[in-house]
Write a protein that binds this ligand. Sequence first.
Ligand code: ADP
Length: 166
Amino acid sequence: MIEQTLVLIKPDGLKKSLTGNILTRLSETKLEIAGAKIVAVTRELAEQHYRHMKDKPFFNELIDYLTGQLHDRRKVMALVYHGENAISLVRTICGATNPEQAEPTSIRGAYGRITTSGLFENIIHASSNSQEAEREIKLWFKPSELVYRIYPAKKITEKTEKLIWK
Ligand code: ADP
C-alpha cells in the first residue's frame, strides 16, 4: 500500500551531527521525500505531537526534549516520506523506542541513549500507523509545503499579516 510517514530528526540527532547519516540510512528505503524543513518547535506543537503521552511521568521532559531544551538546539528536521509500505520501512530502520532494545544497526540502536533520569533520547521520530501519520503530517506541514497533494485540501482567502522578503 502507498503510504506516507512523518519523520523528525530530534534535537539530539542535530546536535550529534547525524542528519547526513540518517538521511543516507533512510534512502535505503527508496522512498521519496515529499517535504522537508527545519522547524523551531514551540511547546504547543510538541504537546500536540505527543498528546498521546500526556499521562506519562516523563511527559514534561519529553516536551523539553522535542523543543530542544535538553540539547541547546531549538529545532528539529521534519520530513515526509512517501511510497510503498513507507510506515513500516521507516520504523524498521529507526528501531525500537527503547534504544537499548533497538537493533544495534538501527538508527536508535546505533545512536540513541537513555538519560540518567530515564528518558529515551532516541534521535528520530517516525509515525506508527496511517492515522497517526495523517494527523502528524497535517500538524507539521501545510499543503503547500508538500510536493504531492497527499490529503485533500481546500483554498481559503484570509487577510492576515505575514512576513515577506524586503
Ligand atoms: P515511538 O517514538 O517509538 O513512536 P512513543 O510514541 O511510545 O514511541 O513515545 C514517544 C517518545 O517518548 C519516544 O520516542 C521516547 O523519546 C519517549 N519514551 C517513550 N517511552 C518511554 C519510556 N518508557 N521511558 C522514557 N522515554 C520514553
